[in-house]
Design a protein around this ligand. Structure first.
Ligand SMILES: [Zn+2]
Length: 484
């Protein structure tokens, strides 16, 4: 039944998290345990449920004509129903939904009224709020709530009667008191050197195919692994530029829009030399570093060397957190200023001027790695007592970043392009001689995420979109899309 499904989902998450804790314990006691090529980011996977169709969704069709009336029911015990729908009741300040006898979510009246998605309150085409939030009385309170088969119906007091409706799956997804398990957009797979056995790859044909399925496969690989090879690309700047544009607008920088260059130091940056480059992320001196980087070796004549280095920053961060939690904490808190100053016509620094930490988080979740020791500016903002600890922390980070377990080396040849998530995967190269011609482009992280989101809507809709699409889609997009 529905109730047990929810319980199971919560319990499963706890079990997986518990197992992760045990795994972490084992890993801490032995570095060898961390030498696995691929590590699933279990904290994210824990929230993921393949059974994304809750009971109420399947019951909805059959039971639509027989809604359950619970509006004035103040008794939490009165949940017996053959329908097994979530219960609903009105409190002084909140509406309380009982998912099962032990799990309740509370939604403030003002919150529910503000999130009404009827066509008067939310434009079904533009997906923009129409309700005037500031005209809602602070003490607004529903006169009636009702558990329907597919969601909660709420009637508001008004000179003009107003009824709101919220799908169950949307309410659960957005439950904030308490926060309930949510699906992450994608499961990330952390990797080390062993990724070379089967690196994520799509063909040029797939990436360019009109039906966009191959593009979805490509970007899903980038989301999971932080990079993806594209094979069979014609070794020309034109074909590579077309490939880049499949993802989104190219982001123009001081290096140009689509770059096509040789090692001539034309742009006042070590990237334009034949020197070896350690693993780094690009444009650490931007407030918003470039999101994706696509590059393609077009030719290499009269010489050798120049192997490509890729390192999963999230993987290395996960090891640092296990082995040196204090160092991880320092890299997560201390901002690092940076600059690009090699050209007379440009002098870039991030805003705020002190920059951002190496490891950036949203809540507990690591969302961005920003690391280029060569572009670092003066560290004059450290507390005197922190100076040695900070150097110790970056030394530990560097040791893990450059360990054989982390480094994925690959000799690219004309015809194979690579796209790298510059907010996660670091790149570098070995020194070379001879003449190399490279081309490539940056694509903003927002353009990439937008493209992935619309492809996910089409090819892998999440449970809320899936359950509400039939009756709530306008112009192909559900008004209950979790992004809104
Ligand atoms: Zn409304």
């Amino acid at each position: 039944m529905w109730r047990s499904t929810t319980c199971l989902r919560v319990k499963t998450a706890k079990r997986v998290l518990g197992r992760l804790a045990q795994d972490k314990g084992a890993a801490s006691s032995s570095k060898a345990a961390l030498k696995s090529g691929r590590t699933v980011l279990a904290t994210q996977r824990a929230y993921y449920s393949t059974n994304t169709t809750p009971r109420w969704a399947s019951a909805a069709t059959a039971l639509k004509s027989t809604p359950r009336h619970l509006s004035d029911d103040r008794s939490e015990a009165s949940t017996s129903s053959i329908l097994d729908l979530p219960t609903s009741r009105i409190d002084d300040r909140q509406v309380i939904i009982g998912w099962d006898p032990h799990t309740y979510s509370r939604y403030h009246h003002i919150w529910l009224r503000d999130h009404c998605r009827c066509s008067e309150c939310f434009h079904p085409v533009t997906k923009q709020r129409l309700v005037n939030t500031f005209e809602i009385p602070p003490g607004v309170k529903p006169v009636h709530v009702e558990s329907r088969a597919d969601g909660l119906e709420v009637k508001w007091p008004s000179s003009r009667p107003h009824t709101s409706f919220y799908p169950w799956s949307w309410l659960q997804q957005n439950s904030y008191d308490p926060h309930l398990a949510r699906e992450p957009p994608q499961e990330k797979i952390l990797w080390g050197a062993k990724i070379l056995q089967s690196p994520p790859t799509v063909t040029y044909e797939e990436a360019m195919a009109e039906d966009d399925r191959g593009l979805f496969k490509w970007l899903s690989n980038v989301e999971k692994f932080g990079f993806c090879f594209i094979t069979g690309v014609p070794p020309t700047p034109e074909a590579t530029e077309q490939l880049s544009c499949r993802i989104g607008f190219i982001r123009e920088t001081q290096y140009g829009r689509f770059w096509d260059f040789t090692s001539d130091l034309a742009k006042g940056d070590t990237a334009y030399t034949t020197m070896a480059l350690g693993a780094h992320t690009d444009t650490t001196y931007f407030t918003d570093p470039c999101g994706l980087q696509l590059f393609h070796l077009l030719s290499h004549t009269d010489g050798s060397g120049g192997a490509t280095l890729l390192v999963d920053g999230f993987y290395v961060a996960s090891i640092l957190k296990e082995l040196h939690p204090d160092a991880y904490d320092i890299l997560s808190r201390v901002p690092v200023p940076a600059h690009a100053a090699g050209e007379a016509s440009a002098l870039y620094t991030p805003t705020p001027r002190l920059g951002y930490p190496v490891l950036r988080h949203q809540g507990e979740e690591l969302i961005q790695v920003r690391w280029n020791n060569d572009d670092r500016s003066v560290m004059s903002h450290l507390e005197p007592s922190m100076v040695e600890a900070w150097y110790d922390a970056i030394r530990k980070w560097y040791a893990l970043l450059t360990s054989a377990d982390s480094e994925f080396w690959v000799q690219l040849s004309p015809g194979t392009a690579v796209v790298v998530d510059n907010h996660r995967v670091l790149h570098g190269r070995s020194a070379f001689d001879g003449k190399r011609r490279m081309c490539g482009a940056y694509i903003g992280i927002d353009e990439y995420r937008s493209k992935l989101a619309i492809l996910s809507e089409r090819f892998a809709p999440d449970s809320v979109v899936h359950e509400t699409a039939a009756y709530a889609s306008v112009n192909g997009r559900s008004i209950w899309n979790p992004a809104l």
